[in-house]
Design a protein around this ligand. Sequence first.
Ligand code: PRP
Ligand code: 7HP
Length: 195
Amino acid sequence: MTRAPDLHADVGEILLTEEQIATRVAELGRRISEDYAGRPVTLVSVLKGSLPFMADLMRAIDLPLRIDLMEVSSYGGGATESSGLVRILKDLSATIEREDVLIVEDIIDTGLTLNYLVRYLRGKNPATLRICTLLDKPARRLVEIPVDYIGFTIPDQFVVGYGLDYGELYRNLRFVGVLRPEVYAGPAEAEVAGV
Ligand code: PRP
Ligand code: 7HP
């Protein structure tokens, strides 16, 4: 039988509170403002997961900046594993040639999404291309990605909230929490996980 999603009960543990996220985003904004020191920067948000992070980060940066949005997908439907097949669902709306570009991501897991995106954006000849991610899950990495700004390094657990989803739900939680395995595991996996 399919369980009905429950926004709060489906989260087992709060990994990052709203306050912790706000403090870290403010720190990242200050560092980015210092590093680019008066140069205009173009933030490229990778939808949909980075939406809340992008909205908060851009207001924490004290620089002239432009924003653009891309949407890519590698986690089909309700999957917790990357398909490895990255598809561009929405492309940039303006040129980034000779601009200082900062990619804004919610999470780097296998690295496959960013590996694809970095190659794609490099082909558009930005002056510089850097990466800022709210979350880094290094235990799952399949391809190495040099990351310039990391909010939090997290353990190998499937998390939701503050933009991150499972089956398109939970993005509106104000914190980042660990999704209970019984929400996504079949009966066999749930038994192994002791749930
Ligand atoms: C998620 C997330 C990252 C990517 C990271 O995107 O937002 O873009 O997966 O995983 P990877 O490092 O293993 O490639 P998703 O495809 O789920 O789209 P979404 O942002 O719309 O949730
Ligand atoms: C993608 C993704 N989406 C939500 N939660 C996680 O832990 C994830 N890893 N990679």
